[in-house]
Design a protein around this ligand. Structure first.
Ligand SMILES: NC(=O)c1ccc[n+]([C@@H]2O[C@H](COP(=O)([O-])OP(=O)(O)OC[C@H]3O[C@@H](n4cnc5c(N)ncnc54)[C@H](OP(=O)(O)O)[C@@H]3O)[C@@H](O)[C@H]2O)c1
Length: 229
């Protein structure tokens, strides 16, 4: 992936850290975005930290403008920004939770992709991989707003795949089950962690999708559920 410019959103998250490292290891120049990202988060000279908030239109556009002004192009977008809320039925869900789930899971996807697609179309190539969730296809009691926001996001990515295949762009979405992240270990300490999805496995899949072998895969919705449930 030498000479490839990759943007990883959520680059310091439980999954994003593995994705950023996998793309650096593959030789890409990686711009890592999150609200609190720091240059010292990754030691590679090919890493650039880009602090930013992408659940607003202006924040996402500013982030993309910075990428273009520094690197002139964007080859790869790995969008891992997302957030979870659970424990309330739909009837109990308050406005703030509803808004937060749609801001972080759907609106961030729409805003960053709306800004990125014209940049990719200019060069006639681009790879987009977004992270949905198993819950997008399998809603459960108490996680309805999270599920709905991820289901809408899957629809958005599939549409983008259709709308941009003429320009050499692929767009795919991965649906992880519960992942083995430090946050999940802390909040579910009695679980069998070995059944969870390894972030490094999802990162390898992303590296494959954005590499040469992944060129023919477009519009895919890919379950990665581990051995749980
Ligand atoms: N963990 C799981 O078990 C699981 C299961 C299925 C699907 N997923 C999905 O997988 C993805 C990654 O999950 P994760 O566990 O790695 O999440 P995480 O650790 O909470 O990471 C989220 C990342 O997004 C950044 N972020 C959040 N809001 C942002 C915003 N408005 N603008 C810019 N950056 C923002 C965070 O950094 P800052 O705080 O610095 O902004 C962080 O880097 C998410 O889409 C999640 O929904 C996770």
């Amino acid at each position: 992936m030498k000479d490839k410019i990759a943007l990883v959103t959520g680059a310091n998250g439980g999954l994003g850290t593995s994705v950023t490292q996998a793309l650096l290891d593959a030789g890409a120049m990686v711009v890592g975005l999150s609200r609190k990202i720091e240059q010292s988060d990754f030691s590679s000279p090919n890493f650039t930290a880009l602090p930013g908030e992408i659940s607003t239109a202006s924040g996402a556009k500013a982030a993309m403008d910075t990428v273009v002004s520094r690197f002139r192009k964007l080859d790869i977008l790995a969008h891992t920004v997302g957030g979870f809320a659970g424990g309330q039925s739909i009837a109990e869900t308050d406005d703030a939770t509803f808004q937060r789930m749609f801001d972080v899971n759907l609106n961030s996807t729409f805003y960053i992709l709306r800004a990125a697609i014209p940049v990719m179309r200019k060069t006639g190539n681009g790879r987009i991989v977004a992270i949905g969730s198993r819950a997008a296809l399998e809603p459960g009691a108490g996680v309805g707003v999270y599920s709905a926001s991820k289901a809408a996001m899957v629809s958005l990515i599939r549409t983008i795949a259709q709308e941009n295949k003429d320009a050499g762009i692929t767009a795919n979405v991965i649906l992880p089950g519960t992942m083995d992240t430090p946050v999940n270990r802390k909040s579910m300490p009695n679980s069998d962690f070995s059944k969870w999805v390894r972030p490094a496995a999802v990162a390898s899949l992303i590296a494959w999708l954005v590499g040469d072998a992944g060129r023919d895969v477009n519009g895919a919705v890919i379950p990665v559920y581990g051995s749980e449930g």
